[in-house]
Design a protein around this ligand. Sequence first.
Ligand code: ZN
Length: 235
Amino acid sequence: MSKLQDYVTQSNYIVFFGGAGVSTESGIPDFRSVDGLYNEKWKYPPEVMISHSFFKRKTEAFFDFYRSRLLHLNAQPNNAHLALAALEKAGKLKAVITQNIDGLHQKAGSENVIELHGSVWRNFCLKCKESHPVSTVTNAAGVPLCNCGGVIKPDIVLYEEQLDDDIMISAMDHIARADMLIIGGTSLAVYPAAGLLEVFKGERLVLINKSATHMDKMADLVISDNIGDALACFV
Ligand code: ZN
């Protein structure tokens, strides 16, 4: 822990890259973990139900699943989110790059948050592109519809959909400039995590994950702990 604090002291351009594990401590299940949604009994596997083709073909079933399992609007930031927001305010941390769609970093006070997979808090009409509050999605009985008749889609990246180029470039740009990269709550097995890390040229690579990853041997510091506990000293 003192090594982590030393690293932060020595760094002026910290970037954090986080996955599902950052939000599990806020009660949001990890989609890919054994404790996550894969164990649940649904008619289709979760990765099918949040795919682009399923959204197109079975829109109502998509929203049933989405509202009941993917929306966690009352979840609150944990120590990991709060610590990262504090490090940004202190001028140490320049960007949070997240694979999560829950908006908890912003709730904690982070400002520069790069959401690789979008956010449940943004929703727009597929026909006229108008923005709608998330309440339009939660309050709809079936498929949420715009006044124009178009289907409202959450601004999240579904399976079979491409990540946004500008967002990827922004993420890579920050990682390329970083003197310290903290990676937490991700197994790093999932695209695009591995590719993003290749552009890091800084001095200090820190991995925080409860289980080992294939990147551990490359890291300058590996912390095998809950990410909220590991970062609590910065709150
Ligand atoms: Zn519309």
